[in-house]
Design a protein around this ligand. Structure first.
Ligand code: 6PG
Length: 252
């Protein structure tokens, strides 16, 4: 049964990242205790950089990195060495700074010029890691997501075909405004997670956050609205600037 979303407003971006680090550590320790491993999907974009740095400094010696498995919620259609690469950002700000075995990091093979083939390969990687039967979706312990000023999340952009996907785990999604394909986890995967945490910082996100949390605008317009884990928790960590457009939501 999906529990109502929790919206937590933090006064500053620093407090936002500290709260996010706590959620990651809590979810990791909980997963370790119950299942002996922790499977997390990292978010791309710029917001997670400070969270990654915090985890690399404060949790370097306190997390069981050898039992933690890292995936990516989405990827740009670029090689891992490209400055636009979400994997590249995570490697630089977190994965290269903590004792996580390279074999525990599953990046999207986005250097493949054929984005659909890269998506299919990543789909297979997920099916193998989670030992899925046909029709089954992977149950991540934690999925970290961001939100764009247009209400997109991962690479699920307004009005794009990926929003309709019901069976594949990963798809290549053409994003007209960027004239490029993105490779993204699909909504069934996001909504099968045990916990989804959104990190949203900055005034440029305020209008979309209001639409996502407080209006009946469609998920087609604001795809972040379509993220509701069916049997898991949904936590919105937002800073005061991003929350400046909220009218109804009681922040706790
Ligand atoms: C990406 C992300 C994307 C991101 C939002 C917010 O690859 O860009 O996965 O969904 O989370 O665009 O990006 P910022 O954190 O940079 O504002």
């Amino acid at each position: 049964m999906s529990s109502p979303a929790e919206v937590r407003t933090l006064a500053t971006p620093q407090e936002l990242f500290a709260a996010a680090a706590e959620e990651v550590i809590h979810a990791a320790n909980d997963a370790m205790a119950k299942r002996g491993r922790f499977a997390i999907a990292l978010s791309g974009g710029s917001t997670p950089k400070s969270l990654n740095t915090l985890l690399a400094t404060n949790a370097r010696n306190s997390l069981p990195w050898d039992r933690m498995f890292f995936f990516f919620g989405d990827e740009r259609h670029v090689p891992p060495t490209d400055p636009e690469s979400n994997y590249g950002m995570a490697e630089e700000t977190l994965l290269s700074k903590v004792p996580v075995p390279k074999t525990n990091v599953f990046r999207v093979p986005a250097e493949n010029p054929d984005a659909a083939a890269a998506a299919a390969e990543y789909d297979q990687m997920l099916r193998k890691f989670f030992a899925l039967s046909p029709g089954e979706f992977p149950r991540f312990d934690l999925i970290l997501l961001g939100m764009g000023p247009d209400g997109h999340t991962a690479s699920l952009f307004p009005g794009t075909t990926a929003l309709q996907e019901k069976s594949r785990l990963v798809v290549a999604n053409w994003v007209e405004k960027f004239k490029t394909d993105r490779i993204t986890l699909t909504l069934p995967v996001l909504n099968t997670a045990r916990c989804v945490v959104f990190l949203v910082s900055g005034t440029e996100k305020a209008a979309a956050l209001h639409e996502v949390l407080e209006t009946d605008a469609s998920g087609e317009q604001y795809p972040s609205k379509l993220v509701h884990p069916a049997d898991g928790s949904l936590i919105w960590l937002v800073d005061r600037a991003a929350a400046s457009g909220l009218k109804l939501t009681q922040a706790n």
